[in-house]
Design a protein around this ligand. Structure first.
Ligand SMILES: Cc1cc2nc3c(=O)[nH]c(=O)nc-3n(C[C@H](O)[C@H](O)[C@H](O)COP(=O)(O)OP(=O)(O)OC[C@H]3O[C@@H](n4cnc5c(N)ncnc54)[C@H](O)[C@@H]3O)c2cc1C
Length: 295
């Protein structure tokens, strides 16, 4: 199918883009990688009046660490950039594990992490990863700039708190205070597919105890789920078979899966439990293999 008629603008600065968003009418959409927006428009699930293509805006294609270890990912940083990133491989085990699992190489060449967060698909992998890491997004609009924790950013399936004239300029992952480890595991029907179940785990340890933990779930609810009780069960304690088992059980309880053509709710819940056990057991056995020492 062809999209509905729309106006297309390709501004050359962020200010121009925000101005277009502000003056653009009732239904304006940012175009980043286009890997979610374009299919939606072709199916006429989305019919914006104006599409503001930000691909000509300079200075948005980056991912870099601040001196204190804070990671910043610009709005035009592609999945493929993150997949190939040595910075992620050495400092961000959960992100490095997830990057090659997003879609297929063609989609990864165009799609962006920030676009994925804005799209707020319950089956989007990056939202779980960024949620587990306690990340946030920085939005800019005519009224200024604001930082929004990801936990507050996504309000439901395909919904976020952005005002219609705001653009997310970057995602931010806070610096680790201890040794960071973790991972991302994804059950998919075939390579490149959306998650039937995905689990992101990020832990920081210091002196043998977990100091910070985040566990988030993909594809097992109406939106990305933060398994807060599971993460709290680890905090202040060492990673032992008892604490790992408890966290896995609480994460499974936090899942809200539905039975569908991909599997039964019971099976998906079982996979959440299994993935949490697997990631944390690997972490406990070999924390240095996927770990970051804080700067
Ligand atoms: C075949 C296929 C398989 C896929 N498989 C997976 C998968 O396994 N896992 C997964 O997580 N994703 C998957 N995706 C989705 C893919 O990762 C998209 O790239 C991603 O969801 C959106 O990123 P984008 O840059 O393409 O955003 P776009 O499609 O350009 O935009 C998506 C939405 O976000 C908004 N938006 C984008 N950037 C901004 C911004 N800076 N500020 C404000 N709003 C913004 C747009 O207006 C739009 O509403 C798949 C897509 C395809 C086509």
């Amino acid at each position: 199918m062809y999209p509905s008629r729309f106006r297309y603008e390709a501004p050359r600065s962020l200010d121009e883009a925000i101005g277009l968003m502000h003056d653009g009418g009732d239904y304006v959409k940012v175009l980043a990688g286009g890997q979610s927006l374009v299919p939606l428009m072709k199916l006429r699930f989305a019919s914006p009046e104006l599409v503001v293509d930000i691909n000509n805006v300079p200075g948005l294609n980056y991912h870099r660490a601040d001196p204190d270890g804070t990671l910043r990912i610009g709005a035009l940083c592609r999945h493929a950039d993150l997949e190939r990133s040595d910075l992620l491989k050495t400092t961000q085990p959960t992100m490095a594990a997830a990057a090659p699992l997003i879609a297929d190489p063609i989609v990864r060449n165009r799609g962006t992490l920030v676009g994925s967060l804005c799209h707020a698909d319950p089956q989007g992998d990056w939202a779980s990863v960024v949620l587990a890491l306690g990340g946030s997004v920085v939005a800019r609009g005519p009224r200024g700039t604001r930082t929004i924790p990801l936990a507050d950013f996504v309000t439901g399936p395909f919904q976020n708190v952005l005002d219609p004239d705001e653009i997310v300029v970057e995602a931010v992952i806070p610096a680790a205070k201890g040794m960071r480890s973790g991972g991302y595991l994804k059950l998919e029907r075939r390579v490149g597919d959306f998650a039937t179940v995905g689990v992101a785990v990020a832990v920081e340890t210091s002196g043998g105890n977990v100091t910070t933990a985040g566990i988030a779930l993909t594809g097992v609810g109406g939106s990305t789920i933060a398994a807060t009780a599971a993460a709290e069960a680890l905090t202040g304690r060492p990673l032992t078979s008892d604490t790992i088992g408890q966290a896995a059980e609480l994460a499974a309880q936090a899942a809200r899966p539905r039975t569908d053509h991909r599997g039964s709710a019971e099976y998906k819940r079982h996979m959440v439990r299994t993935f949490v056990l697997r990631i944390l057991s690997r972490t406990a056995a070999a924390p240095d293999q996927a770990a970051e020492r804080a700067a």
